[in-house]
Design a protein around this ligand. Structure first.
Ligand code: FES
Length: 141
C-alpha cells in the first residue's frame, strides 16, 4: 500500500513538473533561504497578479545583505525563483542586488514556462521593494 502511494505521489509530482527545466525542478525541490529572520532590517510582503504572495526578510550590515530569507504560499516556480534571487542577493551590496533582473532569473532557469514568467518578476520586485523600504526607513531616522 505504501509503495503504491509513493508511486502515485511520484507520478503526480512528475506530472506537475512537466515542462520545467532540470534546474527549475532542482531548485523547487531543494530551495535555499526559506524561513524568517527575527528583527530584520526590512520585511515586505507582496502579492502578484495571480494571488501568490512572497514575504522577504533582509538583514543589512555596512550596505551589504548579510542575511536574506523568504516565505511564500506560491507555486513551485515561485519557490524556485525566490530561492535563486535570495541566493544571488546574499552578500551583495544593496546597489548590486538592485541590478538583479527578472530576465536573469529566466536565463538561469533555461527559460521559465510562459505562464510562470511573472514568478521571476514577483521575486525580483519583492527584493527591490524590501531594499527600498530599508532605504526609506534609514532616511526617516
Ligand atoms: Fe504567480 Fe508563481 S504562479 S507567482
Amino acid at each position: 500500500m505504501t509503495e503504491q502511494f509513493d508511486k502515485y505521489v511520484h507520478e503526480l509530482q512528475e506530472a506537475m513538473l512537466e515542462g520545467y527545466s532540470e534546474k527549475l525542478k532542482n531548485e523547487f525541490l531543494n530551495p535555499e533561504n526559506l524561513g524568517k529572520i527575527d528583527n530584520p532590517d526590512s520585511h515586505v510582503s507582496l502579492t502578484g497578479v495571480c494571488g501568490d504572495t512572497i514575504e522577504m526578510y533582509l538583514s543589512i550590515k555596512d550596505g551589504k545583505i548579510s542575511d536574506i530569507k523568504f516565505m511564500t504560499d506560491g507555486c513551485g516556480p515561485t519557490i524556485a525563483c525566490a530561492s535563486y534571487v535570495t541566493r544571488t542577493a546574499r552578500k551583495m551590496s544593496i546597489e548590486e542586488a538592485l541590478k538583479i533582473k527578472p530576465e536573469d532569473v529566466d536565463r538561469y532557469f533555461d527559460c521559465l514556462p510562459e505562464e510562470h514568467k511573472h514568478c521571476a518578476v514577483l521575486s525580483v520586485v519583492t527584493l527591490r521593494t524590501a531594499i527600498s523600504k530599508y532605504r526609506n526607513e534609514l532616511k526617516n531616522k
